[in-house]
Design a protein around this ligand. Structure first.
Ligand code: ADP
Ligand code: MG
Length: 327
């Protein structure tokens, strides 16, 4: 017999014990948490809908991972420290094997980043699977985090990791790009199993100025920083950190993926020139590439410097749910 709502919650979402600071977890009307003294609360939420954000047949383990990862990525982009999370889930059916695997993927990441599941809501759905995670974190009282509005003229622009893999993986899976050299196995890890840059975000606090996580594409997400900070930017096309396995694909496709491809979950941040050495050192310590890709300028456009040193406008083609365009 299928599990009822409450035994389902008990079996999959409740824990026997919670870490320090979680005073009441799953099982009461609401969770109760202690915010450490001298800190303020940070909150974010992402919604994932079947058919829009994931394929119906995606592995439940990676879906569990990604549902939390995209939220931890938002906390990272603020420089916040994870505190706990809530999971809203709409299930078309109760499949215990599927749920076991989903919760495994979710919990493994929650455990690694100290972000326990403290509550949520579980409902039936006639509209396919949907998932909504709320993540809570903290910042020291004297900090408002790495705001999009904090970029300054002459700041360096940096990105973590590499770009382009998720976009190409998605295109291969949708059938619009042919995977002649069998690259999908590796590329889809970037799409389905992104690693939130939590430690980087925390270390950038007080050093970097503005930050954003790249969910909708570098051009679009950097544009959010530029608009909020009332500045512009010049990107050096040759400096962009291209995922090593993209060289199997056409150069213009690579460039499109790197500049505009979404679902990246790397951090794009700006920092004063004097922070260069510290950031390079941070890159070695975190074993994470951190690449300077350009500079903030006063003219409020986003432009790219091409191989010949010419400045060209970057047309923002990142993802927008309501524009009908995008990846
Ligand atoms: P209520 O009717 O008061 O909303 P529920 O019966 O929906 O309570 O939930 C019971 C408990 O289980 C609550 O503590 C709630 O936070 C938790 N819960 C329900 N669904 C989930 C879920 N998907 N993940 C984590 N906790 C959940
Ligand atoms: Mg409820």
């Amino acid at each position: 017999m299928a599990l009822g709502e409450f035994s389902l919650i008990d079996r999959f979402f409740k824990r026997a014990a919670y870490p320090l600071g979680i005073d009441v977890g799953v099982g009461d009307d609401a969770a109760v948490m202690s915010v450490p003294a001298g800190h303020r609360l940070v909150a974010c939420k992402d919604v994932l809908v079947q058919g829009r954000h994931f394929f119906a047949d995606v592995s439940p383990h990676t879906l569990g991972h990604k549902s939390l990862a995209v939220n931890l990525s938002d906390l990272a982009a603020m420089g916040a420290t994870p505190l706990g999370c809530l999971l809203g889930i709409g299930l078309p059916t109760v499949n215990e094997t599927w749920l076991d695997s989903f919760v495994d993927g979710f919990s493994a990441l929650a455990q690694r980043y100290g972000c326990p599941l403290v509550g949520g809501d579980t409902v039936g759905s006639d509209q396919g699977l949907f998932i909504s995670v709320t993540a809570l974190g903290t910042l020291p009282d004297q900090q408002l985090g790495l705001l999009r509005s904090a970029a300054q003229v002459d700041d360096d622009i940096w990105v973590s990791g590499t770009l382009g893999a998720s976009d190409i993986a998605l295109r291969i899976m949708q059938g619009s790009v042919t995977d002649t050299r069998g690259q999908l196995v590796d590329l889809r890890t970037a799409l389905e199993c992104p690693e939130p840059r939590v430690a980087l975000g925390q270390r950038l606090l007080g050093l970097a100025h503005a930050a954003i996580d790249i969910s909708d594409g570098l051009s679009q997400d950097l544009s959010h920083i530029l608009k909020a900070s009332n500045v512009g930017a010049v990107i050096d096309i040759d400096c962009l950190p291209v995922h090593p396995q993209l060289d199997a694909f056409d150069a213009s496709l690579q460039q499109q993926a790197v500049l505009h491809g979404g679902d990246v979950y790397e951090l794009c941040f700006t920092a004063p020139v004097h922070a260069r050495e510290t950031i390079d050192q941070m890159s070695r310590e975190l074993d994470l590439p951190l690449t300077r890709i350009g500079q903030i300028c006063a003219e409020d456009q986003l432009r790219a410097r091409d191989h010949n040193g010419r400045l060209v406008d970057i047309v923002n083609r990142g993802f927008d749910h309501f524009s009908g365009g995008g990846a």
